[in-house]
Design a protein around this ligand. Structure first.
Ligand code: MN
Length: 316
């Protein structure tokens, strides 16, 4: 290792490649995003990745009357995709490519960082006074991480309505509901709504590993009680999942084939080597590569010191 590489406090992350069914709970870690409290479900020490999913923050539900609870100033990303999904409220996205979009429940924003992009995310001036949702990241494969940055807004994702519940697919596919792009490797991201007093049976891909996060309500998965603010890792080799609720529930389901590459996460960067991270940090500080978010009124975020974080502490 070069002298430089030794001073980057980045975390190596790899999907552990479970080859069997599991049912393991991991409590979320409470942290903050500016003034907004978030529950971080991924990454966690024991479970860095679920398929290509390498980051999952849950924010809200909260009610507000003034100000903007979400106000993340311009910051850079490399090597990943950000995936934003809401249950309530609105988020404005602006990026260095000039994309501007308002995300609302039922839609999804997918930003592909590739070799570099910067963006800002805020609560818009006109809003419902509610905020409740998640942001996830996918790690881009080595084959695709050198690609151009991009942004896609989809106003309404594919939905399946069954007697027992509703499935909204914001990444990948489940039966006829399909949203394969703009994703670059096999994955699933779905919002499962279980109707009160019903059992929702859904098909799974045995080659995928999966995890669930309860967003609201009471729920059992395979008969086991699952609660909010805990990630439940289900492992692989499952061909279906059975979710029951007395009063109704909404549950996030993520999955994909165990990611075969070891990634390095530091701040908002997903890379492979400390040198890449150090270079991306320098480029952001010197205003190279990433571009400016012209639509944001105010300065961008300063990158932390390369040695500042013993654990990854992304701003999302
Ligand atoms: Mn971000």
């Amino acid at each position: 290792m070069s002298k430089r590489s030794e001073i980057v406090a980045a975390e190596e992350c790899i999907a552990l490649g479970a080859n069997q069914r599991q049912f393991v709970s991991y409590p979320n870690r409470e942290t903050s995003l500016g003034e907004l409290s978030v529950s971080r479900a991924l990454p966690i020490r024991e479970r860095r990745l679920v398929g290509p999913w390498c980051f999952l923050d849950r924010f809200g539900p909260l009610t507000f009357s003034e100000g903007k609870p979400l106000d993340v100033a311009p910051h850079p990303h490399i090597g990943l995709q950000t995936v934003s999904w809401l249950h309530e409220g609105e988020v404005v996205h602006d990026d260095s490519l000039g994309n501007a979009s308002i995300l609302r429940p039922g839609g999804v924003n997918v930003m592909t960082a590739g070799t570099g992009i910067s963006h800002a995310e805020q609560t818009p001036r006109e809003h419902t006074g509610r905020l409740n949702g998640v942001q996830l990241w996918t790690a881009l494969t080595d084959q695709h991480r050198g690609g151009a940055p991009g942004f896609v807004h989809i106003a309404g994702v594919p939905t399946i309505e069954w007697p027992a519940g509703v499935v909204q697919v914001f990444a990948g596919h489940m039966e006829a509901a399909s949203l394969p792009g703009p994703y670059y490797s096999p994955l699933l991201g779905a919002d499962l709504q279980v109707h009160p007093g019903h059992t929702l049976d859904i098909p799974l891909d045995p080659s995928f590993e999966y995890a669930v996060l309860v967003m609201r309500g009471d729920c059992t998965v395979y008969g086991e009680h699952v609660t909010e603010r805990t990630l439940y890792y289900l492992g692989t080799t499952r061909s279906d999942a059975s979710l029951s609720s007395r009063g109704g529930a909404r549950v996030l389901l993520i999955g994909g084939p165990p990611f075969s590459e070891t990634i390095l996460m530091w701040w908002n960067f997903v890379a492979r080597t400390p040198e890449e991270i150090a270079q991306a940090r320098t480029d952001w500080e010197e205003r190279h590569r990433f571009g400016d978010v012209a639509a944001y009124d105010g300065p961008g975020l300063d990158a932390p010191s390369l040695v500042q974080f013993a654990r990854p502490n992304p701003v999302s």
